[in-house]
Ligand binder design. Structure first.
Ligand SMILES: *[C@@H]1O[C@H](CO)[C@@H](O)[C@H](O)[C@H]1NC(C)=O
Ligand SMILES: *[C@@H]1O[C@H](CO)[C@@H](O)[C@H](O)[C@H]1NC(C)=O
Ligand SMILES: *[C@@H]1O[C@H](CO)[C@@H](O)[C@H](O)[C@H]1NC(C)=O
Ligand SMILES: *[C@@H]1O[C@H](CO)[C@@H](O)[C@H](O)[C@H]1NC(C)=O
Ligand SMILES: *[C@@H]1O[C@H](CO)[C@@H](O)[C@H](O)[C@H]1NC(C)=O
Ligand SMILES: *[C@@H]1O[C@H](CO)[C@@H](O)[C@H](O)[C@H]1NC(C)=O
Ligand SMILES: *[C@@H]1O[C@H](CO)[C@@H](O)[C@H](O)[C@H]1NC(C)=O
Ligand SMILES: *[C@@H]1O[C@H](CO)[C@@H](O)[C@H](O)[C@H]1NC(C)=O
Ligand SMILES: *[C@@H]1O[C@H](CO)[C@@H](O)[C@H](O)[C@H]1NC(C)=O
Ligand SMILES: *[C@@H]1O[C@H](CO)[C@@H](O)[C@H](O)[C@H]1NC(C)=O
Ligand SMILES: *[C@@H]1O[C@H](CO)[C@@H](O)[C@H](O)[C@H]1NC(C)=O
Ligand SMILES: *[C@@H]1O[C@H](CO)[C@@H](O)[C@H](O)[C@H]1NC(C)=O
Length: 772
């Protein structure tokens, strides 16, 4: 059903007109109610299943003013409609302009699509309009909304130029947020005449060209992640600069950065990350006494940090990453005593970790020195950092062993030492780290076994020891990791500011969460530049972000972990105790020398991914594997499994990668129907005893292809659903028609009644007048 079909026929307008002419204000209020009931019908027709609070708008109420989401003024005229987070799909209701008193409209966080109808452009009383977090597309034309104070279009699919809207609707505009769309073109001259504009967010679009010269009253300007370029002149920051937040990151600005930034004395956050700025870091930044966050990374600034910056006495976040600076870490970094986060990854530093005294910064909780050229032993002094929680020394040339003193880093939550040349064994003292959530020691040369003490790491949800030379048995104690991360999560909830204070860059999540695997690939859908930080915070605070499998195949949200031990020399059996690791979604033990049976306890897990490929496992594949209802990737290839393929495998309806190749003793018949039938022979290579042929053909030929397999349950109801939809739509149509006739009649009757009433009142008034 298209938008137009739900419109108002001329007779309604006629009635409305009649009412307005006859009775003025009071009747307009009644019209508001009718319009809202139309809106409700419209929404219900588009959203027959999941509905929002509007479903409770009750047609028997004489006034809509107490309906959820509705605001009225003293004259009972509707001034506000709030339909945020109301499960709405479909296009925007095409008759909002009939609510002539409407000043506030919030449709944010739904799945509203299509272009903005011309109707909305006629709602000229609108002051606040939010369409954020929908999938609205097309060009923007709201040039008629000249009373707008707040416009929020964040995170939609708008495209094209914005020039026809700005400065046309600038006169009263205070806050404009159009970030995360596909707007393009330049914005030259668009905002110069916006006298009241304080917040402007153009981030994450395709804008190019130059930004204007004066920022005037702006308190927040974010243009991150566009194609803006050019140099900023000294006059950019005038003496009355009111900026509190300036984010120019990820554009192509070049030249020196003007020292007149000193004029912006209220600035708390300055983000220049990812441009082509050159020359000296302006010493004028030092007079910004409110500055908390300074990101200069990924530019071409001179390596010298001016002493004046030490005057920023509130600085907590400093990022000077990706500059290819060589030599030692300059000692000035060790003198920013207020720093909580220091980010120096992606330079070419070779030393100075200790001499710069950055490890002694009293409040430092996160330090990122990855992707440099440090070598030699890990500095033992890291273990005495008083408040460190997040320590990232990955991608360097550190060698020698991990000092046992790490056991003293009681507050550590994330330790990433991957991609170095560390040798020796994992210290027993690791078991002391009960706050540790992440431990990534992958891609080193570590030897020896996993100490059983690791089982004392009760918060450890994400353990990656892949590609080392670890050996020995996997200790049964490993099943105790992550058994209770709640104390750490709770401590993080109590902290005000945690990991990335203002605009951290979020690539790290892809690194620490294997984003290409099902339980973790929410990262792709959830993580926009905007949401990244909150997602991180939520994760570190233990709020449910991952889909978690309950064995009935329903997904809930929770926190789920992984165990990644691939590419080592582990031998012996897989400990049956691992069946207790209920909060882990991914177990990768591939590329080791594990032997014995795959324990049946594996069926007690709630896995999405199990890879035990390239080991020496033998015996039958346990039937219980069929209990892993959510399993999406199962790789048992390159082992010595024997016996029949368990028929329970065929019930794994979510499986989309399956490999039992090169298990020469494995036998059985590949079923003709069910999930396993959807996999071709590549899944069974080198399994000569597996009968891949349909029972009817009986011989060695692969003649006719097998009948198309039934798809998993979630795809199966196509045709039936089509029919159901038709009847639902028919029902809706009938209901609408009836409701419509009802409304017209009611309106007519009311119109008549009110006219009578009014006539009577006038008569009475006349009589009274006479009486006077
Ligand atoms: C949206 O739909 C879901 C599922 O039916 C429901 O739980 C939720 O309460 C709805 N949201 C609102 C605002 O009604
Ligand atoms: C609407 O209001 C009437 C009268 O107040 C009440 O009887 C009826 O149950 C309400 N309907 C709904 C769906 O709440
Ligand atoms: C858009 O920006 C304004 C001003 O910075 C902010 O208040 C608002 O929350 C932003 N909108 C979204 C959806 O983030
Ligand atoms: C900006 O775009 C407009 C319209 O596309 C164009 O006429 C104008 O020349 C552009 N201005 C600059 C400075 O590029
Ligand atoms: C950035 O600007 C330089 C010139 O200043 C230009 O050569 C380069 O192509 C631009 N890069 C992008 C991505 O626009
Ligand atoms: C402040 O702005 C004025 C005008 O642009 C400029 O002349 C002056 O140098 C600036 N002040 C500082 C401290 O940069
Ligand atoms: C920084 O502070 C010192 C005193 O601590 C002062 O002498 C110096 O002028 C200040 N520099 C700037 C640029 O404000
Ligand atoms: C383990 O922690 C305890 C208490 O926090 C501490 O006393 C002990 O020294 C630590 N052990 C090591 C090896 O660091
Ligand atoms: C730590 O692990 C060892 C070996 O598994 C165990 O004996 C000890 O009781 C554990 N300590 C704590 C505090 O859990
Ligand atoms: C799984 O996590 C929940 C919530 O953090 C916790 O209560 C439960 O004990 C954990 N279960 C296991 C087996 O670790
Ligand atoms: C730490 O460094 C890595 C580069 O190795 C980078 O990808 C990541 O974003 C950094 N993390 C933070 C929080 O700065
Ligand atoms: C399982 O591990 C093997 C060996 O490390 C690897 O080649 C294979 O790609 C993995 N399987 C899947 C499905 O990821």
């Amino acid at each position: 059903m298209s938008r137009e079909e739900v419109g108002f026929p001329p007779c309604f307008f006629f009635l409305g007109l009649c009412l307005i002419l006859l009775t003025g204000q009071a009747i307009s209020a009644a019209t508001d109610r009718e319009v809202l009931l139309r809106l409700k019908d419209y929404l219900e027709a588009k959203n027959p299943i999941h509905q929002g609070a509007y479903a409770r708008w009750n047609a028997s109420d004489s006034s809509p003013c107490n309906w959820p989401g509705i605001t009225c003024n003293d004259a009972d005229r509707v001034t506000g409609v709030n339909l945020a987070e109301s499960n709405i799909t479909g296009g925007i209701f095409p008759n909002f302009h009939l609510l002539t008193g409407l000043t506030h409209l919030d449709l944010s966080s739904n799945t509203i699509g299509g272009p903005v109808p011309d109707d909305l452009n006629k709602c000229s009383a609108l002051e606040h309009l939010s369409l954020s977090n929908n999938v609205i597309s097309g060009e923007l034309n709201l040039a008629g909304l000249t009373n707008l104070v707040v416009l929020d279009l964040t995170n939609n699919r708008f495209s094209g130029s914005i020039r026809s809207n700005f400065p046309a609707i600038c006169a009263n505009l205070v806050s404009l947020n159009i970030s995360s769309n596909e707007f393009s073109g330049n914005v030259t001259g668009c905002f110069d005449q916006c006298p009241k504009l304080e917040y402007l967010d153009l981030s994450s679009n395709l804008f190019d060209g130059y930004i204007w010269h004066g920022f005037r009253n702006l308190r927040e300007l974010a243009v991150a992640d566009n194609y803006f370029d050019g140099e900023l002149s000294s006059s950019t920051f005038a003496s009355n600069c009111a900026l509190e937040i300036l984010d120019l990151s990820v554009n192509n600005f070049s030249g020196t950065f003007p020292g007149s930034i000193a004029n912006c004395s209220k600035l708390t956050s300055l983000d220049l990350w990812g441009n082509a700025f050159t020359g000296e870091v302006p010493s004028g930044i030092g007079s910004l006494s409110e500055l908390k966050s300074l990101r200069l990374g990924n530019n071409a600034f001179d390596p010298t940090i001016p002493e004046e910056l030490l005057n920023c006495s509130k600085l907590v976040f400093l990022d000077f990453s990706n500059h290819d600076f060589g030599g030692d870490i300059p000692e000035i970094f060790g003198r920013f005593v207020t720093l909580v986060h220091l980010i120096l990854y992606g330079n070419q530093y070779t030393g100075g970790i200790e001499s710069s005294r950055v490890l002694r910064l009293p409040d430092l909780t996160s330090l990122n020195l990855s992707k440099n050229r440090f070598s030699g032993n890990l500095p033992v002094e890291i273990t005495t950092m008083p408040k460190i929680e997040i320590l990232i020394l990955a991608d360097n040339g550190f060698s020698g062993s991990i000092p046992p003193e790490v056991g003293g880093m009681a507050g550590l939550q994330l330790l990433d030492l991957s991609y170095n040349k560390l040798t020796g064994s994992i210290p027993l003292a690791i078991g002391n780290l009960t706050s540790l959530l992440w431990l990534t020691l992958a891609d080193n040369d570590l030897t020896g076994d996993i100490p059983p003490e690791i089982g004392n790491c009760s918060s450890l949800m994400w353990l990656n020891l892949a590609n080392n030379r670890l050996s020995g048995r996997i200790p049964p104690e490993i099943s105790a990791i992550g058994r209770d991360p709640n104390p750490t999560f709770e401590a993080n909830r109590r902290e005000i500011r945690l990991f990335t204070p203002i605009y951290g860059d979020c690539l790290t999540m892809n690194r620490w969460l294997p984003a290409s695997y099902p339980p973790f690939n929410f990262v792709y859908t959830l993580l926009t530049k905007r949401t990244c930080r909150t997602t991180w915070d939520r994760l570190l605070q233990g709020y449910a972000v991952f889909p978690i499998c309950s064995n009935s195949l329903s997904l809930t949200r929770g926190i789920s972990g992984y165990l990644q031990l691939s590419g080592n020399g582990f031998s012996g059996g897989i400990p049956p105790e691992m069946g207790r690791m209920r909060n882990f979604s991914m177990i990768q033990l591939d590329g080791n020398r594990l032997s014995g049976r795959l324990p049946q306890e594996i069926g007690e897990l709630r896995l999405f991914i199990l890879n035990v490929s390239s080991n020496q496992l033998s015996g039958e594949i346990p039937d219980e594997i069929g209990d892993l209802r959510c399993l999406s990737i199962l790789d048992l290839s390159q082992n010595n499994f024997s016996g029949e393929l368990p028929s329970s495998l065929n019930g794994l309806s979510e499986l989309n990668k399956f490999n039992v190749s090169y298990n020469p003793l494995l036998s059985g018949r590949v079923p003709l129907t069910g999930q396993i039938a959807t996999f071709d022979r590549d899944s069974f290579l080198g399994d000569p005893l597996i009968n891949f042929i349909s029972s009817s053909s009986g011989g060695a030929s692969f003649g006719s292809p097998p009948p198309p397999p039934p798809r998993p349950a979630r795809n199966s109801s196509g045709a039936g659903r089509g029919e159901r939809w038709k009847s639902v739509l028919l029902g809706v149509f009938i209901a609408l028609t009836l409701a419509f006739v009802g409304t017209v009649t009611r309106t007519a009757v009311r119109c008549w009644r009110r006219r009578e009433l009014r006539a009577r009142a006038e008569e009475e008034g006349l009589r009274r007048n006479w009486a006077w």
